[in-house]
Design a protein around this ligand. Structure first.
Ligand code: SAM
Length: 200
C-alpha cells in the first residue's frame, strides 16, 4: 500500500468524490472507508497490481475507486439503484471497474460476468454476512483472500457484538477458510469488525 508519512493514499489521476489530494495522490480516509481503516491497523493487507477483486456492497464507488487505483480489475456488485448510478459514473472514469447490479446473496446472477478472483472484499451490512461471503467463495482462487467487513449490529441487535464476531469466525472456519487476521475497526468505525481469511 502507498503511504505518505502515515497517510494512506492511492495513485489515480485526479479526485473522484471530492477527497483530499496530497502530493498528487488521492488521500484514502480510514474514517470513510473500512478498507483504509484495516490498512491503518494491519500491515499484512495489500492490494497487488495483478490482482482481480470481487467487491460485494460497492455502494457509490468510494472505496471501489481506490481499489481500482491499485488492482487490475474490480468486479463491483451493488443492488440498490441510487448508489448504482454513482458507481456507473465512477466506472466511466476508471475503466477497470466492472459495475454489476445484482444481489450478492444470489451469485448465480453474476457468475457469467465475473472471472475467478484473487480477493473477495465484502461490505454489505446485512444479517447473514458470513453466509453471503461463503456463497461467493466459488469465485475465489485457492490461496486467495476474503476480507469481510462485518457490521455486528446488522447481524443481530440482541446478540452482543463480541459474540457475533466469534460466531462469524466459526461459520467461516467451518466452511474451510483459514483466519489470518481479525480486528475491531476502532477508532475508525464503531461496532464493525474485519475478518481476513485465506482459502486453503
Ligand atoms: N463498501 C462501501 C464503501 O466503502 O464505499 C460502503 C458499502 S455500504 C456499508 C453497504 C452497501 O451494500 C450498500 O450500498 C447496500 O446497498 C449494499 N448491499 C447490501 N446488501 C446487498 C446485497 N445483498 N447485494 C448487493 N449489495 C448489497
Amino acid at each position: 500500500m502507498i503511504r505518505i508519512g502515515s497517510v494512506l493514499v492511492s495513485e489515480g489521476k485526479g479526485g473522484v468524490y471530492g477527497e483530499k489530494m496530497l502530493k498528487g495522490y488521492r488521500v484514502w480516509d480510514p474514517y470513510r472507508s473500512k478498507f483504509a481503516a484495516l490498512a491503518k491497523i494491519y500491515d499484512g493487507i495489500d492490494l497487488e497490481s495483478e490482482r482481480d477483486v470481487l467487491y460485494l456492497g460497492a455502494a457509490n464507488g468510494t472505496t471501489v475507486s481506490h481499489f481500482a487505483d491499485y488492482v487490475r480489475t474490480v468486479y463491483a456488485v451493488e443492488f440498490a439503484p441510487r448508489p448504482m448510478q454513482d458507481l456507473i459514473e465512477v466506472s466511466d472514469r476508471r475503466k477497470n471497474i466492472v459495475p454489476i447490479m445484482a444481489d450478492a446473496t444470489r451469485p448465480v446472477e453474476y457468475a457469467a460476468f465475473v472471472s475467478s478472483v484473487d480477493m473477495i472484499y465484502q461490505d454489505v451490512a446485512q444479517p447473514n454476512q458470513a453466509e453471503i461471503a461463503i456463497s461467493n467463495l466459488p469465485f475465489l482462487k485457492k490461496g486467495g483472500t476474503l476480507v469481510l467487513m462485518l457490521k455486528t449490529r446488522s447481524v443481530d441487535v440482541c446478540e452482543s457484538p463480541e459474540s457475533v464476531f466469534e460466531n462469524s469466525k466459526t461459520i467461516l472456519e467451518s466452511s474451510g477458510l483459514e483466519i489470518e487476521f481479525s480486528c475491531w475497526l476502532k477508532p475508525y468505525h464503531k461496532d464493525h469488525v474485519c475478518i481476513v481469511c485465506r482459502r486453503v
